[in-house]
Write a protein that binds this ligand. Structure first.
Ligand code: UDP
Length: 194
């Protein structure tokens, strides 16, 4: 995709539909992909924290998750076609996962929230192989959760620990995982079950 740089972040200039198709292709061909849906808070935080910016630079896809970013890009004379929000992208990927019977792991949110999310996915997306889940209240140094997710080797891992924790966890995961799409979803499990 063509990239549009706003506040030092290289955004993918792509519609949500096209992105979903591209990501689906990547999953299908067993690639390892890191997706960031960068909202304004993430963009500002990255500009103040070089270590976090370094993690974002490892992303294969970065979407503009905020109308302010889309407007900013237009003002800079390098428009971005549309906003692609993390929650919306998660829902589209759930649909694809159901359609193509992908395997999945969920990490993040409070225990009751993630349990509810698992139930809802099993009911509404019955063809997804949900290999496991874990709430988001563990230390980043915890090797047990990481070990379980790595062992499962799922096609998709959604990580809802909030930023910057989720990207730090994802970086560690990517260093060890052979394949799969990994995406930080912030508070999307709460929205999904709320
Ligand atoms: N969370 C978590 N572990 C933590 C801190 C937060 O799992 O140590 C979860 C929290 O329960 C919520 C999400 O991370 O589901 C953060 O949501 P928020 O809307 O604050 O984050 P954002 O979407 O802005 O990244």
């Amino acid at each position: 995709n063509q990239k549009v740089t706003v506040l030092d972040i290289d955004f993918d200039n792509v519609t949500q539909d096209d992105l979903v198709d591209q990501l689906n292709q990547c999953i299908h061909s067993k690639q390892k992909i890191f997706v960031v849906t960068a909202n304004p808070e993430i963009v500002m935080y990255a500009n103040q924290n070089p270590d976090y910016m370094d993690i974002l630079r490892k992303a294969d896809y970065i979407t503009a998750d905020g109308i302010g970013i889309v407007k900013g890009a237009r003002i800079l004379g390098t428009p971005i076609v549309e906003r692609v929000a993390g929650y919306d992208l998660m829902l589209e990927l759930l649909k694809k996962a159901d359609q193509f019977k992908y395997s999945m792991y969920l990490v993040g949110a409070k225990e009751e929230v993630i349990v509810k999310a698992v139930k809802k996915i099993k009911k509404e997306y019955p063809n997804i192989t949900l290999k496991g889940y874990h709430n988001g209240y563990f230390k980043l140094s915890d090797k047990e959760v990481m070990g379980k997710v790595l062992q499962a080797q799922t096609d998709i891992v959604f990580v809802g620990l909030g930023f910057p924790k989720q990207e730090k966890w994802i970086q560690n995961y990517l260093d060890q995982a052979p394949k799969g799409l990994v995406m930080g979803v912030g508070g999307s499990f709460d929205a999904f079950t709320g």
